[in-house]
Design a protein around this ligand. Sequence first.
Ligand code: TRP
Length: 345
Amino acid sequence: MSEDKINATENIKNEKKKRIFSGIQPSGTLTLGNYIGAIRNFLLLSGEYDCLYCVVDEHAITVRQVPAELRRHTYETLAIYIACGLSPEENILFIQSHVHQHAELSWILGCYAMFGELSRMTQFKDKSANNSENINAGLFTYPVLMAADILLYQADLVPVGIDQKQHLELARTIAERFNGIYGDTFVVPDGYIPEVGMKIMSLAEPTKKMSKSDTNVNGYVAILDEPDTIIRKFRRAVTDSDSTVRYAEGKDGINNLMSIYSSFTGKSYNEIESEFEGKGYGDFKTAVGETVSDGLKPIRTEFNRLMTDKSYLESVMKQGAEQAGRLAERTLKKVQKKLGFVLLK
Ligand code: TRP
């Protein structure tokens, strides 16, 4: 093939950018774990792919929510996306319940997901164990709605934390099963699970995942925490009784701080070890706290500004819902037709 021809083929290939879908629940304060594990990857991928980032309010109601808080958290989660640098011009940012096709496709896919498969989801088992007074059917079919989110947009790649890997695999199984019966319908999505910072641990109990539902507020850093709060939480971080800053098995606290520091500075573990050679844990914890606090400052400022401009946020929601709705409708119609539903013109 001549060089021109190769270039031409390359160009055609590049024209259709791969598509990304991901979502975050508006169920409370977003933490450093959400930032490093999710939003920052959304940002990294944003230039290279066609991205849809969703606020998944329908997932949030699998756990009882206070309506006014759910509403506020929905605005806040969208504001955090934008404040972190995801521009609504370059990405489709939207709210799940604004696009009715999610719930419709979810019903359909539920008929292609097996009871046994859903019963094996570890998150369902954990959540129902911790929430024994409200083991509702939505909690059980949660991964089906997640599959609908992804498959509606024919997403190629889904950035998620390691805790969502099993759900993503189920989405692939459902897509393959459907394609097997009805012919090519859905893109079978791949997960994008980052290595570094894939799991940010609690600062108070570094063997547990950092979580906003932690009863100990020193365990997590919220994206919107004030600088002195952030620094104080890092200074109190639980570490081991050794005193050299190095990444090693069993040093969960230090390993966690190193992975946080690495994801903010781009330094490798070796570089961090040399930087803090001969220094104690105290210096290291302060350095991590200050780095994180400085890194989050512009986000907090922009977030506060956005939250005073509800009408702007609503205009973003509206635009996102229209863009996402158009794509979603295309897939839903295709699915309904394959199933044998009567489509009216
Ligand atoms: N279940 C995901 C979580 O709790 C959120 C989510 C819902 C999601 N739908 C999604 C993530 C689709 C990726 C793709 O983190």
